[in-house]
Each structure stands twice: as C-alpha cells, then as structure tokens.
Design a binder for this molecule. Structure first.
Ligand SMILES: Cc1cc2nc3c(=O)[nH]c(=O)nc-3n(C[C@H](O)[C@H](O)[C@H](O)COP(=O)(O)OP(=O)(O)OC[C@H]3O[C@@H](n4cnc5c(N)ncnc54)[C@H](O)[C@@H]3O)c2cc1C
Length: 321
C-alpha cells in the first residue's frame, strides 16, 4: 500500500515551496497522496490553494483552519488521519515545527524516522526508500524503514515543486482537536524573529563568503543582487561572524538552493558549501585565487578582487538596461 500523507506548512499566508516539493515527490512515487494543511488564524485556504496542491499531485486535501501554532495540534491531526487513512508514509519538510511534529508522531505510532532526506522513492518491492547524504555530504546512503508506518523528514529546499498539472484534488474539512493549550508544555519561547532570506525560492542569488572581508563589503553584493532582482546569500563563516542570520546560509548545515543563476563571490568552494548550490542553473565565480575549488564547478569564472569586479558588473548591467 503506497498511500502517502504529507504535512503542508503555510508561511506568510501561502503554502511554502518546500511543502509543494514534498507533495510533488510523494506524487512521483504514489498516486494516492493525501495532504494535511493546517492554517493559522487569518490564513486563508481556499479553492486556489486546493488547486495548487492538486497540481502537485495531491488527491485529497484535508484542511484544519484557525489552528494555534503548536506542534501538539498538528500531531493530533496527523495522528487522526493516520488512523483514518492508514498511509504507509508520513512526509514533512524539515522546519522547527514540522520536525517536532514528526518526532512526536513517530513516538506515538512506534514509527521509524529517516531525516534530512534528499531523495524518496518506492523500490521494486513497493517499499519506501530514502536517500541521505552522509559523512559531511560526501557519501550517498540509501535508507529504509522496518516499521509499518514510515516517517520521512525532507531536507529543506531539496525538493522543488513540479510543473503544475490540471489535476483536481478533493477538499475535506477537519475539526480541530480538543487540546487544552494551558497544559501543553510550552518549552519554546520566541527570543527573536528575523525575516527569512527567501533564498530557497530565489531565481537569482548573489552569494558572499569570507573573501568579503567586512560587513560593509557586502553592500556591493547587495547592490548587485538588487540590480538583478535576486536575493543575497552567504557561506558559513559569514553567519559565524554574525553579519547575516542562518537563514541566509547555503550549504550542508544551511539551505539547499537551486536558482537559475548563482554568483559566488569570495567563496572558496568547500564541499559543505557546494552541496547546497551545485544544482544551480548557471554558476558564476568571482575569486582572487585561480586555484579556488569552486572554479572547478562554474560555468563562468572571473579571477579578480570582488571589490573591483562586482561594482563593475553592477554598473555594466545598469548600463545595458
Ligand atoms: C560539519 C560542517 C558543516 C558545514 N556547513 C557549511 C555550510 O552549510 N555552508 C558553508 O558555506 N560552509 C559550511 N562549512 C564550512 C566549510 O567547510 C568552509 O569552511 C566554508 O564554506 C568556507 O567558506 P568561504 O568559502 O566563505 O571561506 P574560505 O574558504 O576562507 O574562502 C574565502 C575565499 O575568498 C577568496 N577571496 C579572498 N579575498 C578575496 C577578494 N578580495 N576577492 C575575491 N575573492 C577573495 C579566497 O581566495 C578564498 O577562496 C561546514 C563545515 C563543517 C565541518
């Protein structure tokens, strides 16, 4: 039985691209994909949302509205659907909320969890098989489940939405579970909220690394990104310096991106960075060291000082426009 159940998350009132990717990968293996959408107060899930999910291959969309943003409510709803639908797999894209929910559901259901998956399919026997990168992303490991219910946590950004089809999905409303929120342990407190970088969905990314020696040095990269209508991203040392939040980081412990154009400035090309951007369309590298490993994977390379090359590139682009 290959029925799949996918938890779809909403952010800023819209279904996240990662959730659409999760539905798409489920539908690439199974033609019986159920989706749970949990909308918060004021978030609208209408016919367009259902059609969007149908276009990614969902056959039925279960909607719970005005739900409080706690993992317990999502876990109860998924648990209910697991009883009703008896799926062989529950799929979520990793986020702090979804990972909490996946762990809680797995504990309740004695289900095995495989996390950080970058691939998911059915093998010839009809068993789910995931792909994980191991040993600092240098090895590809195939992983399976021995429990009747499989829980799969996908690496953020690893699955892109597919080209939408006209397939219609059924919608069914779900009652919210009767959870006494006063007894739900609220072990998480929000200390700070930062705007997400948006790099997972950006078509064009200008990325800066340790070679951008100062915080001010990023101004020329931000200008180039703005000129191209793209987003700014960074390598890990830049996040370590505290110049940008972790949501801007590309790589093994950051985001996986696949823009049409990735311009890497002052980034050497360590494997932990490359795994996060190697599937970009066109890769351009600006680096003062001709031996920088990232030149080995680029389509176009400029050997030079980024503080000179980047402003000239921006000026040229503006001129052409
Ligand atoms: C478990 C683990 C997880 C990790 N996860 C990640 C991750 O998610 N993302 C990530 O990025 N890294 C990650 N790293 C770190 C990774 O190994 C590298 O250390 C890091 O990617 C290097 O960043 P960088 O290329 O910006 O810096 P560097 O390697 O120091 O490279 C800087 C580059 O800038 C060039 N340069 C210097 N000045 C200029 C100039 N004026 N103009 C042009 N070029 C210049 C230099 O020639 C050099 O190539 C991880 C490491 C580990 C061990």
């Amino acid at each position: 039985m290959t029925r799949a159940l996918v938890l779809v998350e909403m952010r800023g009132g819209a279904v996240t691209a990662g959730s659409l990717g999760a539905v798409a990968v489920a539908a690439s293996a199974s033609d019986d994909v159920h989706v749970l959408v949990v909308a918060g107060e004021g978030e609208v899930v209408d016919g367009d949302t259902v059609a969007l999910l149908g276009g990614q291959g969902a056959s039925e969309v279960h909607v719970a509205r005005s739900a409080p943003a706690v993992a317990r409510v999502r876990t109860d709803l998924l648990d209910l659907l697991v009883t009703r639908l008896e799926p062989s797999i529950v799929i979520v894209e990793s986020s702090s909320m979804a990972s909490d929910v996946a762990a809680a559901l797995a504990a309740r259901r004695f289900a095995g969890v495989n996390w950080d998956l970058v691939g998911l399919e059915l093998d010839a026997t009809g068993a789910w098989v995931g792909t994980r990168l191991a040993v600092q992303d240098t090895l590809v490991a195939r992983v399976g489940w021995t429990t009747p219910l499989a829980v799969a946590v996908l690496r953020p950004g690893a699955f892109a939405p597919r080209e939408s089809t006209e397939t219609a999905a059924r919608e069914s409303a779900l009652e919210l579970p009767d959870v006494d929120l006063s007894i739900v342990p609220m072990v998480t407190t929000v200390a700070d909220e930062q705007m997400p970088s948006g790099i997972e969905t950006a078509e064009i990314i200008v990325s800066g690394g340790r070679g951008v020696a100062t915080r001010e040095g990023f101004e020329v990269l931000e200008e180039l990104a703005a000129t191209l209508g793209g987003a700014l991203a960074v390598s890990m040392p830049v996040v370590d310096k505290g110049w940008y939040s972790h949501s801007f980081q590309v790589g093994q412990t950051g985001r996986t991106v696949r823009p049409r154009l990735y311009i890497a400035c002052g980034i050497s090309g360590a494997i932990q960075h490359r795994v996060g951007m190697a599937r970009s369309g066109t890769i351009v590298v600006v680096n003062s060291d001709p031996r920088a490993p990232l030149f080995g994977v680029c389509d176009f390379g400029v050997v030079g000082d980024l503080s000179v090359v980047v402003p000239r590139l921006t000026a040229l682009l503006r001129e052409r426009r």
